[in-house]
Design a protein around this ligand. Structure first.
Ligand code: C2E
Ligand code: CA
Ligand code: CA
Ligand code: CA
Length: 279
């Protein structure tokens, strides 16, 4: 045949090629995003379910891409996996949350906590403790207002080492929560060892709790267990009024989710807070 040996790329490989090109491009761009000041946080409110009072925010990383706009972490964190960059972004983020705590204080929110996600690499980085100590020196005694979120996946990597680091950070005043609780394929025995204050049950259970009996049972039993262990329970992924009401009945203390508020970009926070506080 005429076109023998001139194999035209099939649509499939052409698409894969485009995908790889895009991914490399994005990877290249995100590597420079820190220098170009393109990261920020979106803060998602957390409320005390019984009273509706604002008690804190979770700081969620965002990349403001010059053309693509705001990009969520699941789209770029995987591109940075195993790179020094992710650690650098983590350190930038910790400084930023201290700045945000100071800003919130200036706006009269002197009690609210900020929860920040720590990757395994970050928790186990030998520089973490001294860096946080440095930030406390610069920004003041704000440790007890910061909640460090770890996942079960992080904890099971090296439980003894995690324990050591967590105890060091606790002696500085920081508190911890377990994020995505119930999804980590881990046994519960680590709960006996590690000093955590808060359990955040994974949003998949909360989202399903009114439709699926097992999800409901898991949420209900987790609340009971968390309270029996002397910890606090946060439900994330609260998307409806009915879920919030159900969580209140189960006596879950804290709620976070789209029904309460979407994450709010740092730059929009002052105006949103003003509107809320005037309500
Ligand atoms: P996560 O820690 O489980 O954060 C909660 C995610 O749920 C956020 O997604 C949030 O926008 C989303 N969410 C909040 N309310 C609802 C709801 O009612 N329904 C649903 N379906 N989703 C809701 P986001 O911001 O895209 O973050 C995704 C993940 O990226 C986070 O999951 C966390 O694992 C990671 N991440 C975010 N910021 C950081 C960071 O600063 N450092 C690190 N290492 N990871 C981060
Ligand atoms: Ca989290
Ligand atoms: Ca989570
Ligand atoms: Ca997650």
């Amino acid at each position: 045949a005429k076109d023998q040996g001139v194999r035209r790329p099939s649509l499939y490989t052409e698409q894969m090629h485009q995908h790889l090109l895009r991914r490399n491009l994005l990877e290249e761009e995100v590597r420079h995003a820190l220098n170009r000041d393109q990261f920020c946080f979106a803060l998602q409110p957390q409320i005390e379910i019984l009273t509706g009072r604002l008690v804190g925010f979770e700081a969620l990383l965002r990349w403001t891409h010059p053309e693509k706009g705001v990009i969520a972490p699941d789209e770029f964190i995987p591109l940075l996996e195993n790179s020094e960059n992710l650690l650098n972004i983590g350190y930038w983020g910790l400084r930023r949350v201290f700045e945000l705590l100071v800003q919130l204080e200036e706006q009269g929110l002197t009690e609210v906590k900020l929860a920040v996600n720590l990757s395994a690499e970050q928790l186990l980085d030998p520089r973490l403790c001294s860096y946080l100590k440095e930030l406390l020196g610069e920004y003041g005694p704000l440790a007890n207002r910061l909640e460090l979120e770890l996942t079960e996946r992080t904890l099971v990597k090296d439980i003894e080492l995690c324990l050591q680091v967590m105890n060091d950070l606790r002696s500085l005043g920081f508190t911890f929560s377990i994020d995505d609780f119930g999804t980590g394929y881990s046994s519960l025995s680590y709960l006996k060892k590690i000093p955590v204050d808060v359990i955040k049950i994974d949003r998949s259970f909360v989202i399903g709790m009114l439709e699926n009996a097992p999800d409901y049972q898991i949420v209900a039993s987790t609340v009971a267990m968390v309270h029996n262990l002397g910890m606090q329970m946060v439900a994330e992924g609260v998307e409806t009024r009915a879920q919030l009401d159900c969580l209140r009945e189960l006596e879950c203390e804290i709620g976070q989710g789209y029904h309460i508020s979407r994450p709010i970009l740092e730059k929009d926070l002052p105006s949103v807070l003003q509107r809320r506080l005037l309500q």
